[in-house]
Ligand binder design. Sequence first.
Ligand SMILES: Nc1nc2c(ncn2[C@@H]2O[C@H](COP(=O)(O)OP(=O)(O)O)[C@@H](O)[C@H]2O)c(=O)[nH]1
Ligand SMILES: [Mg+2]
Length: 310
Amino acid sequence: MQGDARSIARALSLVENGADHEITELLKELFPHTGRSFVVGITGSPGAGKSTLVDQLARAYRDAGKKIGIIAVDPSSAFSGGAILGDRIRMQSISTDPKVFIRSMATRGQMGGLSAAAGEALLVLDAAGFEILLVETVGVGQDEIDIVRTADVTVVVLVPGMGDEIQTIKAGIMEIGDVFVINKADRDGAIRMEHELEALFATSRRKDGWKPPVVQTEAIKGHGIAELIASLNEYRVFQEEPQRRKNRQLEFFQDRLREILRERITRFVAGRISNEELKKNAEEIVNRRLDPYTIADRLWKKTSVEEDRE
Ligand SMILES: Nc1nc2c(ncn2[C@@H]2O[C@H](COP(=O)(O)OP(=O)(O)O)[C@@H](O)[C@H]2O)c(=O)[nH]1
Ligand SMILES: [Mg+2]
């Protein structure tokens, strides 16, 4: 909580690789000191320029005197290792700055997968006093969407000339993106893409009434970064309206509780029914002596009865 970089790094390692009870004990103590940082989620296809944007945003915020935490989440880099190295190199201009803390996450963590681990890493950085937290994710799977839902504001990064991306937006990403960036605005088609987005936002309204701004950037040159920060602040003000922020948090923590409980139930059941017993029961199903539902009833009853006796 005093911002010691080594302690923060150790806490983050614990969140990623520690035993459940170690993680929960740590988070129980940290939680009362969280809820103060502004979390910016940045998502989009690989190569869209997310890391370059994060680097620029971090520089701009640091120049404004803020302390910045960065988490780069990339499940694919668990296999290749390439993305992490790429991110480090791209974020070079800030990676030696003591006011900027960078961490790449790739492992799934113990309690409920990568999105939970990333959410817990954000809590650690929040408690450590970082005012702005930037989370980069590759916008493909459910994991990434979950991570992005943790954020106070979500930026969807698009690139001109990818016509089918607009289709993805129509398919639901509009509810996810609070601010849309058209990066690589130096390329052909940036203006056309902006018109397409504006047309889309003009016809379909979001539930909360927010109309997502569209910002053109050229991240490698730092163009459009001030405009992007202005849009982030606009959304922050919109969201600061007490009921809105509260509703978002209510939704988030309901999901989080459900997730934690699901995780515990899974472990509870696994701890009471051995693989051997499962195999024996599966044989009865394969031989058509019993159906899976009756067996599930029986096993469920057995675990509950054992629980009662305890
Ligand atoms: N032409 C152009 N290239 C860019 C721009 N922003 C990023 N790039 C390049 O796009 C590539 C992918 O960028 P990166 O930030 O790693 O994308 P990420 O995979 O979304 O994190 C890199 O070679 C960047 O230098 C831009 O505004 N214009
Ligand atoms: Mg990247």
